[in-house]
Design a protein. Structure first.
Length: 376
């Protein structure tokens, strides 16, 4: 509402006596320690002077100012203040509050006391904290990112992630069992410690490495290791986990020149392949399967059933067309010249038993199922 004193039955002097001496035909203006606030019809308005448009409030109240393409919103006591001048746009907060600034294409977000600062200049994005370093960095386990000359690095302390890229190198590292990935000249590495998956291990570190077609996954302390070199693929696990090959007490799979091997220690499974030979072996009563030049052989130790197959035939023993199955302890079955013989020891069917272990054997095309200790 706009007041028209001429049309109102109001004594101006009386009005002044009640403290409204600043009333104008356009509204009510207050001074009372405030920086020019104009109220018209109970509404807050702005005051324009020399193309300056401002709305201000004291006592941590918001202030908006615009003068010569400068636009600012300021708050006291840690409140947000944005302003724009000559293409620069800035948001500032006191007391470790965020500050964002953009000047000539540069965009920066700064925080005090270990808080993040992000800066973009000429397509260059960084985070700057201290020492004028073009880095995104936080103190005490906080993230740091750095990019210089195409190098982009994100680092974290106290088990936090670190990503680094330099001249084609991309690395992600974590401490305390966190993942680490590294790529250098086409090499990609993924590393985890403390029971986490790790491709390659260098200097006691789990990593995945690929160079010139070499891809490796290694694990320490029961972690998985996979290695591939010239078509070689290796998977390794320790502590009761599946492992192709084991070196120095560690299970590791290895494949070189078409040779693939899976080995296990302590009764674990071992599979090997070399020149078309595929072998699966287990110790301590575990199954072993072997295939050489089309021969498939399953083997079990400690009274476990073991069949053998050569030239597409499954037998305990075959020599010059002779198939034999032997039994101990009151069970004897033998077949020669087309005779099929099964063998049982201690009530168990077994092709061959050596040192109390059931094993099949083939030498120079000879397939034999033998038994030690009371062998017939």
């Amino acid at each position: 509402m706009t007041y028209d004193i001429d049309s109102m039955d109001i004594d101006v002097g009386a009005v002044n006596d009640i403290g409204t001496e600043n009333m104008t035909v356009n509204g009510i203006e207050k001074a009372d320690g405030l920086k020019t606030t104009k109220i018209s019809d109970g509404m807050e308005t702005t005051e324009t002077s020399d193309s300056l448009e401002t709305t201000e409030k004291a006592d941590s109240m918001e202030t908006t100012e615009k003068a010569d393409v400068l636009e600012t919103t300021a708050k006291a006591e840690g409140m947000e203040t944005p302003y724009k001048a000559d293409g620069m746009e800035t948001t500032e907060n006191a007391d470790v509050l965020e500050t964002t600034e953009k000047v000539d294409g540069m965009e920066t977000t700064a925080k005090a006391e270990g808080m993040e600062t992000t800066e973009i200049y000429d397509s260059f994005k960084t985070t700057e904290n201290s020492d004028g370093l073009m880095t995104t960095e936080k103190a005490v386990g906080m993230m740091s990112s750095e990019k210089v000359d195409g190098l982009e690095i994100i680092e974290k302390t106290d088990g936090l992630e670190t990503t680094e890229e330099a001249d084609g190198l991309e690395t992600t590292e974590k401490s305390d069992g966190l993942l680490t990935t590294e790529r250098v000249d086409g090499m990609e590495t993924i590393e985890r410690v403390y029971g986490m998956v790790t491709p390659e291990k260098v200097h006691g570190f789990g990593t995945t490495e690929e160079a010139d077609g070499l891809e490796t996954t290694e694990k320490s302390d029961g972690l998985l290791t996979t290695e591939r070199v010239d078509g070689m693929e290796t998977i390794e696990r320790v502590y009761g986990k599946a492992t192709p090959e084991k070196a120095d007490g560690m299970m590791t799979p290895e494949k070189v020149h078409g040779f693939g091997t899976t080995e296990k220690a302590g009764g674990l499974l071992t599979t090997g392949k070399s020149d078309g030979m595929e072998t699966t072996e287990e110790a301590d009563g575990m199954e072993t399967t072997e295939k050489v030049d089309g021969m498939v052989t399953p083997e079990k130790a400690d009274g476990m059933v073991t069949p053998e197959k050569a030239d597409g035939m499954v037998t305990p023993e075959k020599v010059d067309g002779l198939e034999t199955t032997e039994k101990e302890d009151g069970m004897v079955t033998e077949k020669a010249d087309g005779m099929v013989t099964p063998e049982k020891a201690d009530g168990m069917v077994t092709p061959e038993k050596a040192d109390g272990m059931v094993t099949p054997e083939k030498v120079d095309g000879l397939e034999t199922t033998d038994k030690a200790d009371c062998k017939r």
